[in-house]
Design a protein around this ligand. Sequence first.
Ligand code: SF4
Ligand code: SF4
Ligand code: FES
Length: 285
Amino acid sequence: MTVIPLRLPRRLLEFTLDGQETRVPEGSTILDACRAAGKDIPTLCEGDTLTPKNACRVCVVEVEGARVLAPACSRKAEAGMTVLTDSPRARHSRKIVLELLASSTDLSTTPRAAEWIKEYKAKPDRFGPDAARLDEEPKIDNDLYVRDYDKCIQCYKCVDACGEQWQNSFAISVAGRGFDARISTEHDGPLTDSACVYCGNCIEVCPTGALSFKSEFDMREAGTWNEEIQTETTTICAYCGVGCNLTLHVQENEIVKVTSPHDNPVTHGNLCIKGRFGFQHVQER
Ligand code: SF4
Ligand code: SF4
Ligand code: FES
């Protein structure tokens, strides 16, 4: 049975998107309208279950009459506005953002980064090797998940998911200022000494792979991680009565990680430690 959550009807508003008259429900973002129209806008810090942070600016579009480019992920569509999603100015800005990100962080596990770099003709080495923001070893201080902050673009999605928007654990936050800002636990201690409850909701929202399952990290290190041969099966967690949806990622008959559908009206992609990481017993044969 498909559950359709009931919502109050929303008025439609009309605006011009790349020369086409477009109608979207009031409250929609420009990104919502683009997705409904089948337009592919790059996004990194946008999270469908989180309040927009406007941190990466890779989604910018041109709004007629506006002095600056607008982030499509958070700018609400307004009646009568005229938006260009693929203008030379928007494309140039996305190119620079991608060059800055690629020069300063490791985007090797960011889905679609390579594709966007190619599409926008960005030069990943434009700012040279000295632009690297961090050069440190991945933090492996527990058996469940790894933090590799060389890959962190400081989008703060993990902080929001761990904090007030979902888990309310506040185990990770931003430490430092300016170029020294980084995601950290309290006093930069190991995760095991922090308030972390290992729900893994931060991994679920991290757009770059800076946070990853230990299982995925180990397989990538060993060169055996292969998403092309993985299957995804959504099922129901059997641990307790909440009944969260789990998506099992299986490679060669082994569960390699667990995610959760974001469109689930109860859990919105969030899980607890048992649903997220308690899959090893399934593989004990
Ligand atoms: S660890 Fe991931 S989710 Fe957290 S700020 Fe960095 S890139 Fe964003
Ligand atoms: S993920 Fe946690 S809360 Fe959800 S059903 Fe499983 S045990 Fe219960
Ligand atoms: S995706 Fe819009 S600002 Fe990052």
